[in-house]
Each structure stands twice: as C-alpha cells, then as structure tokens.
Design a protein around this ligand. Structure first.
Ligand SMILES: C[S@@+](CC[C@H](N)C(=O)[O-])C[C@H]1O[C@@H](n2cnc3c(N)ncnc32)[C@H](O)[C@@H]1O
Length: 298
C-alpha cells in the first residue's frame, strides 16, 4: 500500500458553509481519515463536541490517531450516516449545529489493493466499505446478477454507454471461470470496449468500477435516506454541507434540498453548487469533480 493519506477536498469552503459555533456540536458523517473533522474540531474549540461516523473500521482507527491531540469531546462511531438519529439517541444528543458529508471513498481506501476498489491495484474484487457487514461484494454481484441487472447498474450508476457490451462480456467470462480479482474484471472490460474508446482521459474501466462500488455499498439509498435523517438532526440555524463527486449524487442532493426547503423550512445556501478553485484542482485532482451544496434549517 502507498503512504496512508487523503487530502480533504474544499476544506475552506466547507468550514465557511458550516459556520460552526465555538462550543457547538458537529457531525462528520463520512469521517474518512479525519481531515475535515480535524478542521471542524478546531472551529468548535475545546468546549465543542465532535461526532465522527464511518462505515469503514480501518478509516476510523486512522482518524482516531489524527484527532488524538485534540481536547474537545469526540465520539467516533462505526456505521452509516443514514442512521445518525440512532447514534445521536445513543449519545443523548438531541440536535446538532452542523453536519458534513464528503461522499464516496478516500484515497486511503482506493490505494489499498486488498479492498478491491481500484483496477490499478490488483486484489480481490471486494469494494465493500464495511468489510465486517457480510454484505455482497463486487465479486458476488458480477458472478451472480442477471445480465440485464448488471447492464442497468453499469449504465445508470456508471453512465457508461457501452454497459451492454460490458455486461455481456462479464456473463460470457463467468460461464468459463468465476471473476475474482480487480485486474481480471478490468481486463474483461477493456476487451469488451471498442478500440477507440480506450484512448480517453480516464481509464476505460473507471465508470464500470464506480458503478459496482455504488451498487455494492448501496450508496444512493444511503444518501437519499441520510439527507433526510441529517436534516432532521439539525438545530434551528444548523447547517448541512454535502460534497459529492458524481452527477447522480449531486442531482439527488439538489432535489432533496429543494424538497426539504419547501416542506421542512430549509434555506438553500448554494443556489448553484460550489466547486474547487483552479489552484486546488491542480494540487488535488480529486477536487476536479467535487460539487458542494449546503442547506440551513430555518
Ligand atoms: C471521501 S472520504 C472522506 C474523507 C474525509 N472527509 C477526510 O477528510 O479524511 C468518504 C468516507 O466516507 C465513508 N462513507 C461513505 N459512505 C458512508 C456512509 N453512508 N456512512 C458512513 N460513512 C460512509 C467512506 O468509508 C470513506 O471513509
């Protein structure tokens, strides 16, 4: 594995949007390695309370080390931000001042070949953020789903125009031998695509891999439910800030914010999504596709 790192995306913008009060309570619902959480903790000050949640226990362990020097109250919890209400009830916290959701996976998860998120590192085809949860892995999906279901996932979640060809190739290959590795799947995808298509800016397997990751972790379901649960957990004047990296996620956030705005007295803080500066995109290519939206409970 490469050096363990993850550079937080749009940190200044996130803090400005969250506008956390000194001594307040805030939630980082996608703690990762604690990059944003560290800055949120500094904004809350020594009398604040920071709650960090992640589905991935390895990330929680690393974030705990990163936050160890801080003296405010910190609770780190394993699970999904979509169950924030239960976590807060367990902590006897009735409402919070700010919540950050920085979606997707971290560079730390991507760079660990054993997690199976990336075609660039050969490893078992897993892709589960929560490896203790016994849910379906990416290998389970590609080896068992019907061809039409695979095509739908790759087309919808990956926005991949050659989804049919890829699904056909997967089904053909698995009839000979189970598909078990990231490299094995990447090779099948490469062979399925027309030659010219492989010369683009992104690796040709990127979209299909992303689609499988979203399906394995039921990311859109968690986001859809999570946005409502998080909004409900805010105090009056509390703010929710979401950073997404995929057009489907951004659309979901936009539409959910609109309905929360009308139905539950939310004030949308970003008429258009905020994006990272050119300077940040140069230094951190991951920031290029980031879109940030915020809403305040009125
Ligand atoms: C982009 S990283 C966050 C990085 C973090 N902001 C930082 O600065 O280090 C996203 C993290 O969210 C976690 N995650 C994704 N979906 C989640 C969910 N529904 N509930 C909890 N954690 C989730 C992933 O495991 C990953 O660690």
């Amino acid at each position: 594995m490469n050096e363990i790192s993850h550079v937080p995306v749009m940190p200044k913008e996130a803090l400005e949007l969250l506008r956390l009060p000194q001594g307040g309570v805030a939630v980082d619902g996608t703690l990762g390695l604690g990059g944003h959480a560290f800055l949120m903790a500094q904004a809350l000050g020594p009398h604040g309370h920071l709650i960090g949640i992640d589905r991935d226990s390895a990330s929680l362990g690393l974030a705990q080390k990163k936050l160890a020097s801080l003296i405010l109250k910190i609770d780190l919890l394993k699970g999904s931000f979509s169950t924030l209400d239960k976590f807060l009830a367990g902590l006897k916290v009735s409402a919070v001042d700010g919540i950050l959701l920085d979606l997707g996976i971290s560079s730390f998860q991507l760079d660990d070949g054993q997690r199976g998120f990336a075609f660039s590192h050969d490893g078992p085809l897993d892709m589960r953020m929560d490896i203790e949860a016994q849910g379906m892995s990416a290998a389970d999906l590609v080896n068992t789903l019907k061809q039409a279901e695979l095509e739908k996932i790759i087309s919808e979640y990956g926005e991949e125009r050659f989804a049919r060809r890829i699904a056909e190739a997967i089904v053909m290959q698995r009839s000979r031998a189970k598909i078990t590795t990231t490299k094995g799947l990447a090779d099948i995808i490469l062979r399925a695509l027309p030659k010219g298509y492989t010369r683009g800016r992104i690796h040709p397997a990127t979209r299909a891999f992303q689609a499988l990751r979203i399906a394995v972790n039921e990311e859109l379901e968690a986001l859809s439910l999570g946005l409502e649960v998080c909004f409900r957990a805010l105090k009056k004047g509390g703010r929710l800030c979401v950073i997404s990296f995929h057009s489907l996620e951004d659309r979901l956030v936009k539409n959910k914010f609109k309905s929360l705005g009308f139905e539950q007295e939310g004030v949308i803080l970003t008429k258009r999504p905020l994006v990272a500066s050119d300077e940040e995109c140069k230094e951190n290519p991951r920031a290029r596709s980031a879109k940030m939206r915020g809403i305040e409970k009125a």
